[in-house]
Write a protein that binds this ligand. Structure first.
Ligand code: PEP
Ligand code: MG
Length: 323
């Protein structure tokens, strides 16, 4: 099996009937890039920048961040690298920020909400990213976007910092795509409106599932409700992909679901363009996709979206794909 996978390291991720997708990796530090390249990753679909901020006693400086982003971009050459801006809060705490305890941290002051208020922290990160942008193919992604106003505010800050750097004579890339994570149901529901303003979507199913089914992703007692194949999730994912394509944008997924062998045929049929997963899942996923028939899977779309339960969806896909 390992040998079969290894042969596909430099091959395209293409279905048996000729639809090409991108298989990219989730990373947390520049040290992860070696594993991405060794496993045939076609890019980075999610660089979780939280680790730069964690396990230390103060905020990382602009230069510290610049070096990390530059290193990732350089190692990936011209391959796409999607960097997610700071997603702290929820299960990820920072002692030195001294934030008050909350009743519902996952519904609280986290990610873009914190960044828009603490724009000193946010702008430092944006400047580091912009300075690094000339070293590779950078795309910037905002986490936990619930409203268009949040996206617009974040984008405005990014463009302000870009102008500031340019005025100071610092070179900044002019073709940085700016996208969002779709991990809150409100955003998935009005993806059509978002698609007019963002350059891309990346669906964060880890959070989207917990928010859609109202089941804490860390709570074992309600884990039975954490259902990636729930028809509600499939309908939201479908809505996001359709919205993106209607505006000529691309849609990816960077939650765990993107690397799951039951989900992959569903997502391919729904037209997902980019699948971001842990590096070690890439070659198995490529092997699977090369045996799948995209048009056949697409023909099951209405049937799948109309199903009643996650079990029904899973049984159907298992039968169709011999799993
Ligand atoms: C997600 O929510 O699916 C995601 C990729 O982000 P994280 O797991 O870091 O919350
Ligand atoms: Mg998330």
């Amino acid at each position: 099996q390992k040998q079969v996978w290894a042969k596909l390291k430099d091959e395209p991720s293409i279905s048996a009937d000729g639809t090409q997708v991108e298989l990219v990796a989730n990373i947390g530090t520049p040290n992860d890039i070696e594993g991405v390249l060794n496993n045939g990753g076609e890019g980075v679909g999610l660089y979780r920048t939280e680790f730069l901020y964690m396990g230390k006693s103060e905020l990382p400086t602009e230069d510290e961040q610049f070096e990390a982003y530059k290193s990732v971009l350089e190692q990936m050459k011209d391959k796409p690298v999607v960097v997610r801006t700071l997603d702290i809060g929820g299960d990820k705490e920072l002692d030195y920020l001294d934030l008050p305890e909350e009743m519902n941290p996952f519904l609280g002051f986290r990610a873009i909400r914190l960044c828009l208020e603490r724009d000193d922290i946010f702008r430092t990160q944006l400047r580091a990213l912009l300075r690094a942008s000339t070293f590779g193919n950078l795309k910037i992604m905002f986490p936990m976007i619930a409203t268009l106003d949040e996206f617009r505010a974040a984008k405005t800050m990014l463009l302000e910092e870009k102008d500031r750097l340019t005025n100071d004579g610092v070179e900044v890339s002019n073709d940085i795509e700016i996208g969002i994570m779709v991990e809150i149901p409100s955003t998935a529901v009005i993806a059509r409106q978002f698609a007019k303003e963002v350059d891309f979507f990346s669906i964060g199913t880890n959070d989207l599932i917990q928010y859609t089914l109202a089941a804490d992703r860390m709570n074992e007692r309600v884990s039975y409700l954490y259902q990636p194949y729930h028809p509600a999730i499939l309908n939201l994912v479908h809505n996001v992909i359709e919205a993106a394509h209607a505006e000529g944008k691309w849609a990816g997924m960077c939650g765990e679901m993107a690397g799951d062998s039951i989900a992959i045929p569903i997502l391919l049929g729904l037209g997902l363009d980019e699948f971001s997963m842990s590096a070690t899942s890439i070659l198995p996923a490529r092997t699977q996709i090369r045996d799948l028939n995209k048009e056949e899977l697409a023909s099951f779309k209405e049937q799948l979206l109309g199903m009643n339960t996650a079990n029904e969806v899973e049984a159907f896909i298992r039968a169709k794909t011999n799993q």
